[in-house]
Design a protein around this ligand. Structure first.
Ligand code: PLP
Length: 377
């Protein structure tokens, strides 16, 4: 069976983990955590990066740092992972789901303004498949209306928009290092902070409500409990695993992009004939090949395709069930405007195997099996 995902592994993870153990520092904020966060800051030109225990916890930190009042509203796409939404539900916010663009499956930036009310506080762009939302427009709307922006860049590590890294546009950017993402530590993430002002609050929240980060920098002579907080620090053994991959970040990215391009070329003819639709990468967006998906005719076509691929030994999977129609979506929010694309486009999207180290041979097997189905029906 060619699996849909394989967690990234480059070979130097074990020796790094051994090093963390030898350092006698396996809790959070050890040497590897420092290396990873400094790498993120330098590589992506981010003012501050804090490693977290997951992409979800990075979103939770970001949501808490928006200082919302109960009933404040957050604008987000419905076509996303539950974490994007639940992080804000934790702050008692109301969710306002807007429709996506069919070309990128990202929030339609032209629908944001119509969803703004006096209670709106935050816009949450999700960079689906590592392809950027229209950040120029979104940031302009945020400035015009005095709103915060929290980027869900869980899938967007190493992607950019007009040369600027995803996760660095908004007040806060959230990365995920889950095993299904391009760079992994099993479970993990990072919070990127754009401005100086919220950094101290973020450090306090992340460190159980203490000013321990200031203490370690020698800015206070003892650390104490100063506010509400929780523990968002991943073990340095996990950061050691991640560091192995960040050191070869370009190699991983190039490998994935080659697989992506191989798929894209193979289905170009069928796309031309209108049998399938391929992902669109808008002008100015550099993506990270987080995902390769096809859009089929409808739900029935997709179900038959997935079954056919399974018979040929290839695992293909669909993606999000729109949040606005999920039980919690109905409880905590509502769709604003017309659902023109969210439900219909999500019904026909299917993802092909994509991971670091996908061999050319396996890719050819996937392509042959897919073409067999697509060319006969
Ligand atoms: C993976 C993902 C998350 C959650 O990240 P975890 O590290 O699994 O908590 C959030 N949003 C999106 C869009 C994701 O793809």
């Amino acid at each position: 069976m060619i699996s849909f995902n394989k967690p990234p592994f480059v070979g130097t993870e074990f020796q790094n983990i051994q090093q963390a153990i030898d350092n006698l520092k396996i809790c959070g904020d050890g040497a590897f955590t420092k290396q990873c966060s400094e790498w993120i800051e330098q590589r992506f030109d981010a003012r501050r990066a804090l490693l977290t225990t997951s992409g979800t916890s990075a979103l939770e930190l970001a949501a808490a740092l928006c200082h919302l009042e109960p009933g404040d509203e957050v604008i987000l796409p419905s076509f996303t992972f539950s974490s994007t939404a639940t992080a804000f539900v934790g702050q008692r916010a109301r969710l306002k789901f807007i429709d996506i663009r069919p070309d990128t499956m990202n929030m339609d930036e032209n629908l944001i303004e119509a969803a703004i009310t006096p209670k709106t506080k935050v816009i949450v762009p999700v960079h689906y498949a590592g392809v950027s939302c229209e950040m120029d427009t979104i940031m302009q709307i945020a400035r015009d209306h005095g709103l915060r922006v929290v980027e869900d860049a869980a899938q967007g590590v190493m992607s950019s928009y007009h040369g600027q890294a995803l996760g660095t546009f908004g007040d806060f950017g959230c990365f995920s290092f889950h095993e299904t993402k391009n760079y992994s530590m099993g479970e993990g993430g990072a919070l990127l902070i754009r401005d100086e002002e919220p950094i101290e609050d973020a450090e306090i929240l992340r460190e159980k409500g203490t000013n321990r980060a200031r203490f370690f920098r020698g800015q206070v002579d003892k650390y104490t409990w100063v506010d509400w907080g929780s523990s968002f620090l991943p073990s340095d053994m996990l950061a050691a695993y991640l560091w192995a991959q960040l050191e070869v970040a370009d190699k991983i990215n190039d490998d994935r992009l080659a697989s992506w391009q191989g798929y894209h070329d193979a289905f170009a003819d069928l796309a031309e004939k209108g049998r399938v639709e391929l992902p669109t990468i808008p002008e100015g967006c550099a993506h990270n090949a987080h995902m390769f998906y096809l859009k089929l005719r409808d739900l029935e076509d997709r179900t038959a395709f997935i079954a056919h691929m399974r018979e040929r030994g290839v695992q293909c999977v669909f993606h999000y069930v729109p949040l606005h129609s999920a039980p919690a979506g109905l409880k905590f929010g509502e769709f604003v405007g017309e659902d023109r694309y969210t439900t219909s486009e999500s019904d026909r999207l299917v993802r092909l195997p994509m991971y670091y180290g996908l061999t050319r041979e396996d890719r050819e097997t996937v392509i042959a099996a897919a073409l067999e189905y697509l060319e006969r029906s």
